[in-house]
Design a protein around this ligand. Sequence first.
Ligand SMILES: [Zn+2]
Length: 303
Amino acid sequence: MWYAKMYFSEKKEVFQFDSYGVQGVPSTYKELPFLESLLSFMEMDCDELTPSLRRIAESWERLFQDGDREAGTATMVELGQLKSWHIYLELLYVRWYDRFSRIGADIPVSPLYQRQVQRFFDLVLDVDQAGRDPQKQAAAHYLYDAPKDPELFVFHPIPLSFEPVELGRCSSVLYPLHISDMIDYSLRSCVERGITVRRCKNCGRWFPQTGRVSAEYCERPVASGQQTCREAGAFQQWTKKQSDDPVFKAYRKEYKKRFAWIKAGRITDEQFYAWSEQAREMKKKCDREVITLDEFKDWLGKP
Ligand SMILES: [Zn+2]
């Protein structure tokens, strides 16, 4: 019997929830890019959730103390709305009955975790502050399982299993009981896999460096039809580079001139394309410094 599973697979993370707890087909299956759940959790405004959490606690109390069945329904409805805020909150929904009896003592969503994760980023994972080796930093900042810095995230034993997750592949699988289990598992996985994080040069949000460590722009999910920061960044870089590049400028100027000749009837399409093919070859040679810029310009100036 299980209610929630979480595992990592290469560059993605997978969540499965089963509100009935009957092992089989999960009622929720969600794939996200690696670390996206934790990063969006850090960006969540906990204050906005407080009224909803308070209402849940109140109706839970009415259900228990007064046997008010309607209050039980109200709890479920409220929890159902809560889970649309963030994938972690779906855990509260599927585990509502054995979980909310303790809600007073154990506030499930608090800015404390966000602060502790932020501290972990600063000291261990941030490639620009902490360096490229999370293992080394983590080892330096913990004594056994206790952080030396009181603001730093505290690791605990988490319920991990091991099983086939995809065709022909087994992996560790987390069966979270608390939201902190999912945060814990995400952070330790970064250290184990040597994955650092960085603030995106475009949007300023954190992103994991699952690819090149020199990446400066994020690939965080965007609304469909929009460009990711990496796509937008690559284009900006390219445009900037081209406008500063004398080889490209010389090529571009001649290209435009000859393109206009087609309209004026001075050359045919075929002649133009034959020329531009040659010009690209010559530009390549110039880029590779096989010929000098002056030689390239001389060539461009020939009819
Ligand atoms: Zn970005």
